[in-house]
Write a protein that binds this ligand. Sequence first.
Ligand code: NAD
Length: 337
Amino acid sequence: MSQSIAVIKGDGIGPEIMDATLRVLDALECDLNYEFIDAGLAALEKHGTLIPQESLDAIEKYSIALKGPLTTPIGKGFSSINVQLRRHFDLYANVRPAISFPGTRSRYEDIDMITVRENTEGAYLSDGQEMIDDGNTGISVIKVTRHGSERIVRYAFELAKKNGRKKVTAVHKANIIKTSSGLFLDVAREVAKEYPEIEFQEMIVDNACMQLVMNPHQFDVVVTTNLFGDILSDLCAGLVGGLGLAPGANIGEKAAIFEAVHGSAPDIAGQKIANPCALLLAAAQMLDHLGMNEKGDAIRHGIRAVLETRRDMVTPDMGGTGTTDTFAQALVEHIKQ
Ligand code: NAD
């Protein structure tokens, strides 16, 4: 039976990279129905709100959304749409693969790791921010719960198990932040015992930063709390050549939203030179999530092959002379071979 997914084309370069991505999904014959929904600036113009209720309803109904980047208008009192979506659907796991691809300017080759970041608690609480002392003291609360820690660590181990990965590293600062980070580490140790076949490693966050830069190949799956995960996942994207190739998934019990990590790139919108890779890799994550791992792998292998052999068809940010469309075209040709 065919699967329906909600599709948000997004703002800026969103529609260009989404069209390229859907073209590749169609070539893979994934048997997906696309329900196009509005969000971001496009929704604001049409409906007067950044996320109309019918868009939320569609994501809830189909439980899967593929999302182009959205522009959050600055200085008009709008809160980030991504944060709103995360909260609305309790998307507790932010999953970001960092994979090396040929032809990218990066320090290392052959990196293949995934960061799993807790997405709903930690230091990023909407009600945990307070200015006191006439604005001279800022207070930020860090809240970590057993429930939140257990479900994120379990998610990381299940992901490792499903993908044949060998090791999970829990990153923490339990030596100093004994309460919140201490609880996260205690829970991680408990959950790890349920997965004896997967190696469990603990690492203090400052050491993890150094180890990632000095010897990234030792990592496989990294699981951590919200703030550390935010920083480490960008560090990992930097290790493999920046945000142009960084996909991300936000996953909850009832819904999952797959997206590129980069934004709507208004500076190059409409020029047809946007790199579709990050959104394509997010689509590959979505296919994995839907149990179509072979098709997900076909996208990843296809991107590798195109980057290696069709420099004329890849976008200028990757050193090519092609466009968003020729990149998609080259991938489709590779898939149809
Ligand atoms: P950005 O990621 O849009 O752009 C940063 C730089 O990277 C720009 O020079 C841009 O041209 C380039 N770039 C980004 N994606 C590219 C691609 N696919 N191919 C080639 N070059 C690419 O970051 P920004 O300029 O800080 O943000 C622009 C808008 O995007 C803002 O409104 C911001 O709120 C929004 N944003 C949305 C998301 C999201 O929806 N997930 C994430 C980040 C930023």
